[in-house]
Design a protein around this ligand. Sequence first.
Ligand code: GDP
Ligand code: CA
Length: 326
Amino acid sequence: MRITALAGGVGGARFLRGLLHHLERTGDEAAELTVIGNTGDDITLFGLRVCPDLDTLLYTLGGAVDEGQGWGRADESHHVAAELAALGATPTWFSLGDKDFATHIYRSQLLAQGMPLSGVTARLASRWGLPDRRVTLLPMTDTPVETHVVLDEGDGSRAIHFQQWWVRHQAALPAERFVVAGLDGATPAPGVLDAIRAADVVLLPPSNPVVSIGIILGVPGVRDALRGARAPVVGVSPLIGGRPVRGHADVCLRTIGVASTSEAVAGLYADFLDGWLVDDADPMAGRMRPVVTARPLLMSSLEAAADIAGAAFDLGVRLAAKDSAT
Ligand code: GDP
Ligand code: CA
């Protein structure tokens, strides 16, 4: 069974950790998981290339994430950041721990030696034992891309990096639109399109539909591959009662003119979505496509995340069986 998933950071990582737990507890050891990670959040800080979503996936699936935050390393110290602040280095609004710094130093070293991001990510994935768990982590593209936010200041003239808007300003500066620098000319990283085409089930975790999943879908070729995939595509809503569980997905949705409802989020994927999990608090009329299942969607524990991921996976398997029967 080949499973392919698109993922942002915390929501994607918690869901996928749940999926692996589900597969382990059901004894499904033959399953292979390929994760296509968002790189639109990537940023260069202190000369180092930082890939927040890929790192959240690595640390979470590798069992080393700070559980409270959902990102960064557990048992972290911040000596380097304190020293940088004492030197007057900026920015000071992006938190990087000492262990985390090692990841960015190593990544930057390999990139400077000419290794593509996909190669670097494979190295880091080995460090976290992902191959042993039959997990492949791919960046959506090796082309450097960065999501920027055009601020709504009347003349559309000022854009800031997505991280500055999200982390520093907590998405409180009115945004006019998102622009992803480099995306038009980006090519999917090696293996990305094949992973979608060869999958038996494609899963969309409850990642941010605009600035995580939406960015991956913007990589030329990815959306077409999903439309043409023989596998069913099953997604999980990131909203419970019309509100994001964490982060500012509602603000992102408003910025692109989409309502903050599970139904409207499904609409963003309408051209390829076959199955959709919504929370019991978000009723959606029964329909032919996507097939909607309502259940609790709060990933309050590893077991709860495994139950949700298992429900998404099982729906995908059911839809695949129905496809092959017709
Ligand atoms: P980020 O890159 O760290 O922001 O993470 P993602 O894009 O992968 O996921 C963020 C989304 O995950 C947010 O829109 C949240 O609403 C959603 N999310 C987080 N925890 C949960 C949860 O327990 N249940 C559901 N359904 N969604 C969640
Ligand atoms: Ca992110």
